[in-house]
Each structure stands twice: as C-alpha cells, then as structure tokens.
Design a binder for this molecule. Sequence first.
Ligand SMILES: N[C@@H](CCC(=O)N[C@@H](CS)C(=O)NCC(=O)O)C(=O)O
Length: 207
Amino acid sequence: MILYSMPSSGNSYKVRLLLALLGRRDVSLINVEAQSDALTRARQDHRLPFGKAPALMLEDGTLLPESNAILCYLGEGSQFVPADPVERAQMLGWMFWEQNQHEGVIAVRAALRTYPHRRAQATPDHMADLLARGHDLLKVMETHLLQHDWLTGTGPTLADICLFAYTHSAGDRGGFDMTRFPGIRAWIDRIVRLDGFEGLEGSRGQS
Ligand SMILES: N[C@@H](CCC(=O)N[C@@H](CS)C(=O)NCC(=O)O)C(=O)O
C-alpha cells in the first residue's frame, strides 16, 4: 500500500499516527507537500481522487481519499474501533464533527499562520473570528474531556487519533490559548504516552 501524505498536514498526520500506533511498517509513504511538483504530479496522474492529501492506494490500485475514511479502513478490526455499535457511532460522531466543525476553524487558522501562499487570507478580522470560534470548539472537547479520559468508551479510538492531529498543535500553530483547556492538555499527554506514538515531525517517506 502507498500513502500519499503531506508531511506538514494534520489530515495526513492522523493516518501516519494510526499506522505508527498499529505498528504497521508495510505502508510506503509518498510525500506531496503543498505547492510541490510531487503534489501536482499526483493530481495530474489521478492518484488523489479528490485532489487533496491524504489518499491511500491499496495493493490492487484502488484509491481511498479522505483522512477519516482511511482511518476507518486501516483501523478495521483493531483496538481503536469499538465493538459496541453505540460507541462506534459516538466515535464516528466525533470524526464527522472534526471534519465539519473543528478542522475548518482550528486547522484553517494554523494554515493561515503557517503557509506563505495563504497569508493574504489572514486578515485581522478573519483571524479574530477564527480565534473566537476555535476557542468555542475546543470548549466542546474540554467539557467532555474533563469528565472522560477518551472521546468515547474506555480507551483510545479513531476519534482520539483523528482529533489529536490538529488539536495538539492548536496552541503553537493556531495561536489558540490552550491554558484554558486543562482537560484537553491531559488528554494530549495520554495520547503521547500510547505505545508506538509518533509525532507530526516524525514523518518518513519520499517525494
Ligand atoms: N477532508 C479532507 C481534507 C484534505 C485536505 O484538505 N488536504 C490538504 C492538506 S490538509 C491538501 O491536500 N492541500 C493541498 C492543496 O489544497 O493544495 C481529508 O480529511 O482528507
């Protein structure tokens, strides 16, 4: 299998993190950094079905786009997918929320501060709006994590791996005030201590 992965992106990192936690070394990485020739080539060759990274190419050439769909595929049958249907639905609920609420604010603010080609969109009003909305979203996680160790059930699931990707760097990269969220910080520490954990910078692969 081949993972088309953007080294600096949380959506790709969440897949790399799951692979690391599963101890899987059988997936090759091809790096397609933003604005790189490798990204352009992968798009031209239709190796990124939706034009975005990550995408996973299976042994038979089938391509899977969307980070959270890839997590579901790779996590199937593992300890990170609850057997109980209610817990599994709760896990998916957090993962849908990550894509339709959290990512569009937390990751976007980080991207506007990180990538030179996106700086024109980082107007003071837009950044202030993203900051306020991001703190509200982090509060949703905080409320839950003050009462529970994990987003669903009694152990880490795909939901924790998924939401860790952009939440752990929300302070440094996004400029959010994480001192307000002790529950989230304790949850981050729990994830970092999981066997096999690999950080965002630990990416391997070739371009
Ligand atoms: N919903 C998609 C989002 C994928 C996405 O937006 N990928 C970004 C990096 S985080 C990308 O490929 N950006 C390159 C570009 O748009 O030029 C997922 O979760 O996989």
